[in-house]
Structures are given as C-alpha cells and as structure tokens.
Design a protein around this ligand. Structure first.
Ligand code: 4AD
Ligand code: MG
Length: 444
C-alpha cells in the first residue's frame, strides 16, 4: 500500500491509509493507548482500544517517544479527539526504528503537581544533537519559511531576466579586503575560502550577463561570538548592469524584499505568529533612507546617544540597534537604508562621488544589518588606484583585469539569508541555521 501524508490522511475519513512518521506523543494506559504520529505535513492520533486489539500490544509496549513507525488503519472522524477531530484506528503498527531516551530537552517541560519544571537544553547542547532538535514543529516551520523566502527571491529575479550563477568558493587569492579569510591547503599551495562572491559577480557583468544572482556559502574567519555572526553562512547576492546610481540598487532591493515578505506572509504569516510570535509585516516602499551623520544626530537628539567623533564614519552595533527604535518612531517602518559611510570603512570597489563618499549603503532590518550594497567602480584606472590606496595589489590583480576590456556600469548587494530568517522569526543565528558554524563549532 502506498504511503499517505498525514495532512491528506486527515481528510480521508472512512478510508484505510498507511501513514509513516515519528512518535510525537505516547500515552499508554491500562485500557487505551494514544499515539500521536508526526510527519513533515502534520500530526494525527492513533487510538488503540487494547481489549479489541491484543495483537498490537507487543509492538506498542516497545514504543518510545521519537521512534519511527508505520501505521495502517482506518481514518475515523471523532469530535472527542482534540487533534483535529480525527484519528486512525490501526490494523497494523510496525516499529521501523526504536528511539533511545533523548539526550536533550527540546522544550521546557512545565511543572506539574508531582514534578518540577524541566528546563530546555541550551542551544549549544541542542546543536550537538541538531537532528533531534530539528524535529520540532518550530524548527521544521523555520526551514519551510526559509525555503519560501529564497524561492520568492529567486522567483522575483527570474521574472526580471536575472541569470543564476554558481561561483567558486575555493580561490587563489584572498578577496575583498584580505582580512578574515580561511586559508586551506590546496595540494602544494595555499587556497582560500571565498568570503563573498563579489569579484565573480562583477566578472559576470564584464561578461555581459547584465543581471545575475547567486545563493551560496560565504566564509568569514572572524572570531565573533554574537547572536548574528557565523563563520559560514548563506549569502544571497545579486549584481546588475546599466544602473544610473546606487539608488537603482536600493530600489531593486526594496522591491525584492517587499515581494518576498508578501509571499512569506501569505504562505506562513499565521503559523509564524502562532509558533514564534512576530507578525510578518509587508513593508511599504520606498524604504526610509538616512545619511550616517544625520542618523547619529537624530540618535543624539532623540535618545541622548553619543559616540566619539572618530567612530561616526561607521555604524556601531549600538547605533544599529537603536536605529530600529528611531525608524519605527519616525517612519513606522522596520527597514532603514543607511548611506554616507566613511571611505576608510568601505571596500575599495565601491564607487565614490565627487566628494569621495562611497556610493553604497547598509540595509538595517529590525535593528540588524542584513545587506551591504553599492554602485561599483567599473573604470579600470580609478578602481586600480582605489585598490592600491587600500594596500591591495597582487591579490586583486586578476580582478582588475575584468575591467580592462569593456565593462558596463553596475551595482549590487549581498543579503544574509540566515540573518533574514533569524530576524523574521525573532531567534538567534544559532537557532536559525540548519547547522551553525562558529569559532568553536565544527560538528555535527
Ligand atoms: O556586508 P557584507 O560583508 O557584504 C559583502 O559581502 C559584499 N560583497 C556585498 C556586496 O554586494 N556589496 O555581507 C553581506 C551580508 C551582511 O549584510 C549580512 O547580512 C551577512 O551578509 N553577513 C553575515 N551573516 C552571518 N554571519 C556573518 N559573520 C556575516 N557577515 C555578513
Ligand atoms: Mg556589511
């Protein structure tokens, strides 16, 4: 017999079905056994009247929470069943895999008259057994949401003639700034793990692709222990040609994110609210934009927040967080574009205006940077001078070649997929990643 997904089985009252999944809950009493079985689509209760079905008792006695079972039986509509008013009266139960007692507590078990509260295991303990932790409704929803998120981004871009590319992650020279790269042995020489697809995105512009995107791994050798930094994460990067200014890049991004959030809200808004709490808010366009200096003035004026003058060429973490309060109060918005960063704080490839101001931005969502974007310098001589000024020469030589034989004006940005997931659901980055990678974490 063919397996039926549980969400479909729930609609088949009166029919015999075969369902398969993990045991989500098990209550075995003298006369009755209630087994809740869960697959990726839902849960259903298996109800056993023991006297009527002695042949099932040996199997039931073996079962433990999280064991994998197959159940063949008749779907029965029953208003007394809390879980969707439907149950399965089994004919056969097969134990496919019996689970040992679980090594982690996935959710706090509330106190009862007899027992004290059992506290949830820490995120680090749960990551040790991530596959068990990932079985929860919340975690499975998280990755369905992430799938919908990335699918929406892709859909939006494909409709606008973007080409999806896959660039190498093993590279011969440190990219971007030369800092924060992992070196790896590459036969008899040294290679590096790409800290961004930046150079290759731009190579695609020089190749005349006009519009490209890539979703892939990004490596950063940074010893950051925060709730938003990982040493490996997923970047969603795009680049497109024939722009007039960085404003075109910002416009593309705000439209892209609005489209994505609308899709996610339609598909999962209610479930996200129910399991995680936050409302999925579809933003209005255009997003608010503020110059970095003006932002510091506003934060000081409104909240008495100050930073030393020499730090005002970059957005500090505290200012980033506080900017959320400000943008909500001033614009009723969750997003904020910040422009006007100091030239010392931005990569050499950002185009600069007549005053030397980099034509780039950071996009802050709910007080956390999710993107850095810019118009790029596509004029060979200027780009070369900017690279030299930053002390980069040999490492970027191959990259500079891309601009020697014709290259359209272009710009783009990189979005952190894990950061978006984390902010959408209001969790930390360790929770939001399938498996977190940080300075102290290389397994599982
Ligand atoms: O701001 P970043 O470093 O920008 C670049 O890589 C540029 N090449 C992008 C461009 O097209 N100009 O990284 C892009 C985004 C960040 O805004 C953030 O969302 C995410 O990647 N990110 C991280 N996510 C998790 N852990 C980290 N350590 C991250 N570093 C950056
Ligand atoms: Mg950045």
């Amino acid at each position: 017999m063919e397996r039926t997904y549980i969400e479909d089985a729930c609609k088949k009252a009166g029919e015999t079905v075969l369902v398969k999944g993990f045991i989500d809950n098990l209550r075995d009493s003298k006369y009755m056994a209630f087994i809740v079985i869960k697959d990726i689509t839902g849960k259903i209760q298996i109800t056993v009247e023991k006297e009527k079905q002695p042949e099932l008792l040996d199997t039931i006695a073996q079962l433990t929470g999280d064991s994998v079972i197959s159940v063949k039986g008749v779907v029965n509509a029953n208003d007394y069943v809390k879980l969707g008013g439907v149950e399965i009266i089994p004919e056969e139960i097969t134990a496919e895999s019996i689970a040992d007692a679980l090594p982690i507590i996935r959710k706090t078990i509330p106190a009862t008259k007899k027992h004290k509260e059992v506290e949830r295991s820490s995120i680090d303990q749960r990551i040790d057994y991530r596959w068990i932790d990932l079985r929860t409704d919340e975690n499975q929803l998280m990755f369905k949401v992430q799938t919908a998120m990335v699918a929406a981004l892709r859909e939006f871009l494909l409709e606008r003639k973007f080409i999806e590319i896959h660039t190498p992650k093993l590279i011969g020279a440190a990219s971007e700034s030369g800092a924060d790269v992992f070196a790896v042995d590459y036969f008899d020489r040294q290679a590096y793990l790409a800290q961004s697809p930046q150079f290759y995105k731009q190579m695609a512009m020089a190749a005349g692709f006009e519009r490209i995107f890539e979703s892939g791994p990004v490596f950063r050798a940074e010893k950051s222990y925060t709730n938003r930094h990982a040493t490996e994460f997923t970047g969603f990067d795009l680049e497109f040609s024939y722009i007039d200014s960085v404003k075109d890049v910002m416009k593309m991004e705000e439209e892209l994110l609005t489209y994505m959030l609308k899709k996610v809200s339609e598909q999962y808004g209610e479930e996200i609210k129910e399991l995680f709490g936050p409302e999925v808010i579809v933003p209005t366009t255009p997003f608010p934009v503020v110059d970095l200096k003006e932002l510091y003035d506003e934060l000081e004026k409104n909240y008495g927040f100050t930073v030393p003058e020499e730090e005002k060429n970059d957005l500090t973490t505290e200012a980033e967080q506080l900017s959320y309060k400000w943008v909500q109060e001033k614009y009723g918005h969750e997003f904020l574009f910040v422009t006007g960063f100091g030239v010392e704080k931005r990569p050499f490839y950002h185009m600069r205006d007549e005053k030397g101001v980099p034509q780039g931005y950071d996009l802050i969502w709910r007080g956390v940077e999710i993107t850095t974007g810019a118009q790029r310098e596509h004029r060979y001589e200027i780009l070369k001078a900017q690279a030299e000024e930053k002390g980069l020469k040999d490492d970027v030589e191959f990259y500079l070649e891309f601009f020697k034989y014709g290259c359209p004006p272009h710009g783009g940005f990189g979005l952190g997929v894990d950061r978006m997931t984390m902010l959408l659901l209001n969790v930390g980055i360790k929770d939001a990643m399938f498996i977190f990678r940080g300075p102290n974490r290389l397994t599982p």
